[in-house]
Every structure is written in C-alpha cells, then in structure tokens.
Design a protein around this ligand. Structure first.
Ligand SMILES: *Cc1c(COP(=O)(O)O)cnc(C)c1O
Length: 303
C-alpha cells in the first residue's frame, strides 16, 4: 500500500461542466491493486487489532461480488492471517464468481450461508454460533462497518485538499461517509450517492455515529440506483466508457460509476455555487467490474 499513489486528479476540461468551478477526483483506487479505495482504510485498524490480540485470522461477511470480501482476503494474507468469508446465498454456480475465486486464491475459506441465515448475521444467537466455529477469529461486520472501520476512514480526510468546498462519495454501509463527516471541517459540504433503491434509510445509521457539531452540511441522494444495488444498464456503461475516454479514469459499475453519473446530472442542474471546489472520492471497487470493462481499463494500469 502506497498512500502517495492516491493523487488528486483535476477533471476540468469542460466535458463534465461549463461553470466557473473546479472538480477533482481523489484517486484512492490507485492505492493497492486489490485492497484499493476505501477498503484499505476500513480494514487497517481491524488487521492491526487482529494481530495485536493474537487472533489466528479474520472472519467477515459479503455477497458474491463483494469488494470488501476480496479486500479482506488480500489484506489478511498480506498480514499473515487466515481469513474466513461468510458468503450470502448458497447458489453461485459450480465455479462461483470472479470475486469468490479471487478470495479463495488468497487463501480465504468460504462458507456459503442461505440468504435467510445471512439476514440473521447480527442476531446475537446466530452470531455466537458462527463465532464458535472459528474460535479466536477477529470478526468484522459486512462492509467493515465497525469502530475500527469508521476511525480508519477518518484518516482519508488528510488527503482531501484544504480548499475543498464539497466532497462527493458513494455510500454502501455509510462507514466511509461517517469517518469523513467526523474528520472533515463541518463547513465542507458532503454529498453521498447511494447506489440502491430507497437507500436514504442510511441517514439514521450515519446520524447515529456523527460526533457533536458534525451533523451538518450533508445529504444522501438515492435517485441514481439504475434499478438497484448491482444493477446496471447500457446508459451507465456508455457513460463509464465515455468518462474513461475523457479522463483515463476507470470507474466501477456498482458505486463510482453511478456517483459520477449522478454528479454530472447535478452539475447540469447548476446546484453548485461558482468558485466551488468539488472533490470526488474514487473509492476503488474495480475488481468487481464485468470482464469487458476490466479489459478496456487494463490499459490504464501501466501508468
Ligand atoms: C465498499 C465500497 C463503497 C461503500 O463504502 P461504505 O464505507 O460501505 O459506505 C463505496 N465505493 C466502493 C467502490 C466500494 O467498494
């Protein structure tokens, strides 16, 4: 992991907007080939805690396309820890998904659980049943949504330039959003794009973790879900290809593609004031892209 690779890239050539304001992208996707984006920040404190407590490994939860599972598998391996992934759903085909194959190749032990059981993963009784099967393991909730995850995400704030007026990011569990809202000056306005239907329920979750004085100047937008979490369409694909052709920045189809599509819409509506400096977080997730996008974007890995 090399934090110096997380450059700030200007997006100021007039394709996204024609207003007197600046837009930059904070390229957290460049941090690490797999533990990229926000996942490294959410995992670093968890890995440190597992090592400090002398745990044999890390156990966590995710779907068959989960960036968090892939990142955990790679981070645990790098730290010399074992890893267990509880995968949502029993049916992923004989060969699984690319993400699950990657996890297994990193040495992660995959345990498939039914969607019904998966939804009970936070029930104390079922959770302690899972714990008993992996004694001593450090358990990380889905998406890295725990104390270590939130405080790790706070440290992303030091990469945000001091003249930023707006910070835009994509929201899954809200962990990264919470960390940043707590760590950035309260005057910096934050917009979170939620890539799922009716995602604004996360507002309650976010608010519950904000420190005194930090519960201001933020909002969530769930209008750009493209049919729901993990869903896509040709319009989104075309947008991501055009974005790549303009800026040589690969986006991911689940999170950052929808975020930039939504941001362009807001820019067209002219909601940002003149003179603003909007910093968009590239939170990574490229491992989860479909093969045709991965091969198109593979050209950018050389720089
Ligand atoms: C996991 C992920 C998110 C969501 O992060 P949360 O901290 O769970 O809100 C956003 N973008 C990308 C690319 C991700 O992989």
């Amino acid at each position: 992991m090399d934090e110096r690779r997380a450059c700030l890239q200007p997006l100021d050539d007039g394709w996204l907007h024609r207003r007197p304001l600046r837009i930059s992208m904070l390229r957290l996707d460049r941090l690490h080939p797999v533990v990229s984006g926000n996942k490294w920040y959410k995992l670093k404190g968890n890995v440190a805690a597992a090592l400090q407590e002398g745990c044999p490994g890390i156990a966590t939860f995710g779907g068959a396309y989960s960036n968090h599972l892939a990142a955990t598998a790679a981070a645990a391996r790098e730290a010399g820890l074992a890893s267990v992934g509880f995968v949502r759903g029993l049916h992923h085909g004989a060969a699984g998904t690319d993400t699950l194959r990657f996890c297994a190749a990193q040495g992660m032990q995959l345990e498939y659980i039914s969607t019904a059981d998966y939804s009970r993963k936070n029930d104390p009784e079922y959770f302690s049943f899972l714990r008993q099967q992996h004694p001593g393991f450090w358990f990380v909730p889905e998406g890295g949504a725990n104390e270590q995850g939130r405080s790790g995400a706070e440290t992303i704030a030091r990469l945000v330039p001091g003249d930023a007026t707006h910070v835009v990011l994509s929201v899954g569990t809200g962990t990264t959003f919470i960390g940043l809202r707590n760590a950035l000056p309260a005057a910096v306005a934050m917009t979170g794009f939620v890539p799922m239907k009716s995602g604004r329920y996360l507002e309650t979750e976010i608010r519950a973790h904000l420190r005194a004085g930090q519960d201001r100047a933020w909002s969530l937008i769930d209008a750009f879900h493209f049919g729901g979490f993990g869903r896509t369409n040709q319009e989104l694909m075309d947008f991501m290809v055009a974005f790549y052709n303009n800026y040589r920045i690969p986006l991911d189809v689940v999170y950052t593609g929808k975020m930039m599509y939504g941001l362009r819409q807001l820019l067209q509506e002219g909601i940002f004031p003149d003179g603003a400096h909007i910093v968009c977080l590239h939170t990574g997730g490229l491992q989860g892209n479909p093969p045709e996008l991965r091969s198109l974007f593979a050209q950018s890995d050389s720089d």
